[in-house]
Design a protein around this ligand. Sequence first.
Ligand SMILES: Cc1cc2nc3c(=O)[nH]c(=O)nc-3n(C[C@H](O)[C@H](O)[C@H](O)COP(=O)(O)O)c2cc1C
Length: 331
Amino acid sequence: MIRTRFTEEFGVEHPVVQGGMQWVGRAPLVAAVANSGALGFITALTQPTPEDLAKEIARCRELTDRPFGVNLTILPAITPPPYAEYRQAIIDAGVPIVETAGSNPIEHLEHFHTHGIKVIHKCTSVRHAVKAESLGVDAVSIDGFECAGHPGEDDIPGLVLIPAAADRLSIPMLASGGFADARGLVAALALGADGINMGTRFMATVESGIHQNVKDRLVEAGERDTQLIFRQLRNTSRVADNAVSREVVERLNDGAAFEDVRELVAGARGVGVYESGDLDAGIWSAGMVQGLINDIPTCDELVTRIVREAAGIIRNRLGGALVEPAPVAAG
Ligand SMILES: Cc1cc2nc3c(=O)[nH]c(=O)nc-3n(C[C@H](O)[C@H](O)[C@H](O)COP(=O)(O)O)c2cc1C
């Protein structure tokens, strides 16, 4: 067992988290993560309505009696989803932990805290992490440049971002982006984090509900097989390398506007990849950490292995590197 401030304060057995994943973070995966002793998050906006979210939470409860959370991603949109109603569905369902991401969580924080719900805010820079702490969030999850999804615009990898954030925060912090195994967990703890948050690694598990072709591709792909789209729009997103993501990058490099790629990046096409297994059907998220994924275990096998091997690394590899200095000869 590895005990950290995160496991203590959040009542979770292992310092391992499965962050929100659009189209992927559904009840069977989240329940399997919870049953493994880690913390999983249902992705609120994957559910078409707040009523559907309430049903998904109930479905998850049927599959586990361990704690799990809900991710509420707040992104600027021309016609935003009914965030307040999704928030209310989370509160009414008595979910104990929420992961917020995308922008400042202030509008929702007080509502969650009034109902005793802990909030982990996920962000991509030290300044946003410090701001989130000052607003009163209970923990921060910090995503390095390696991560799948939105890495922000600063391009700071975890090796610098995590200790830089640790120096400035006093609340528990999860290191996110590029984690897949025990080595990553031990490194994150050494860098000052209290646990790890993983996305891509949990996609390639038995219980994640995506098409087998996508899981197989994650095993086969290397660390170079991602693309950064929307750099020019300052809304960067790290996605899997495929015909569509390459075309989006090319068109935007050639001066195209968002309107010119809108059809290529449509969410409906992206979800089609996970459903049909056609890897070129649209844009789908994946991180550089693909290069460290070599199998498709159950969530329980994955989390158990990470924690067991991390203990071994700490005890043997790190502990074994400590030697007593040779006594200085007298005289
Ligand atoms: C398929 C996929 C969908 C994601 N969707 C969301 C999302 O809707 N909201 C969010 O906050 N993070 C989202 N993320 C980011 C993850 O929660 C996590 O921060 C990220 O995957 C960590 O990087 P890693 O993939 O290297 O582990 C997504 C990641 C993946 C792989």
